[in-house]
Design a protein around this ligand. Sequence first.
Ligand SMILES: CC(C)(COP(=O)(O)OP(=O)(O)OC[C@H]1O[C@@H](n2cnc3c(N)ncnc32)[C@H](O)[C@@H]1O)[C@@H](O)C(=O)NCCC(=O)NCCS
Ligand SMILES: Nc1ncnc2c1ncn2[C@@H]1O[C@H](COP(=O)(O)OP(=O)(O)OP(=O)(O)O)[C@@H](O)[C@H]1O
Length: 231
Amino acid sequence: MFLVGLTGGIASGKSSVLQVFQQLGCAVVDVDIIARRIVQPGRPAHRRIVEVFGTEVLLENGEINRKVLGDLIFKQPDQRQLLNAITHPEIHKEMMKETFKYFLQGHRYVILDIPLLFETKKLLRYMKHTIVVYCDRDTQLARLMKRNGLSLEDAEARIQAQLPLKDKVRMANHVLDNSGNWGDTRRQAILLHLRLERSLEYLPLRLSVLMGLAGITSLLYLLARCLLPSP
Ligand SMILES: CC(C)(COP(=O)(O)OP(=O)(O)OC[C@H]1O[C@@H](n2cnc3c(N)ncnc32)[C@H](O)[C@@H]1O)[C@@H](O)C(=O)NCCC(=O)NCCS
Ligand SMILES: Nc1ncnc2c1ncn2[C@@H]1O[C@H](COP(=O)(O)OP(=O)(O)OP(=O)(O)O)[C@@H](O)[C@H]1O
């Protein structure tokens, strides 16, 4: 089994693209969903968040007030680091569990949507392929403001909290341009899926060619030893 890391910028279209892969039958892991699960009341990360950030970041029902915590951490890098230090180890544990479950189910590869794949770099070494979902900055800003109902200032703060998307494009093996209409992005994702599948077929083929070559070499060696007179 191999792993494919899907990443991009905030609101660049990662979740939408992940859904396409899921519809095509791929095993997918969505880190944003895991990040929401591990901060539910009663979980260790929830307790740590309240200890560090206080009860001001809670809703009346005890759940995390994501708007308040978001406004805090996207504007203050030191606060963001504190939150990352609490949540990331828990997120990684859950990610590994979900990926292992897919491995046991016999999936040959898993696509993981990891927003901070290139920022934290920790998980990069496990990825055979990396995909960046890109869109130009104005489109990203407009989609983020619309989806989250954010002001220009708040949306810009969220984009600034991550590496520039253009840098991520340079680091990726595959890039999906989601600046245009959704149909176009969907087509790009389907084509990439076919390429990934082909690379899977290629692997066993390459392995059998190598094993065949090794077999022929050993055979020739044995023949040479039998036929040639010993010194
Ligand atoms: C700050 C929180 C409460 C804001 O919640 P909100 O519902 O508004 O956003 P959501 O969780 O849907 O995340 C939306 C996007 O924000 C970006 N983002 C989230 N956390 C971070 C972070 N710590 N640093 C930079 N970008 C981030 C990602 O692109 C993510 O896809 C939440 O994002 C959170 O708990 N973040 C810490 C966990 C984390 O690092 N998640 C990112 C995946 S590793
Ligand atoms: N090609 C497109 N045309 C128009 N709207 C789009 C397109 N792609 C995505 N969107 C919209 O842009 C918003 C962001 O998309 P999406 O949630 O998939 O991004 P994301 O990268 O997963 O975001 P986040 O980083 O916050 O998790 C959504 O409201 C989505 O419906």
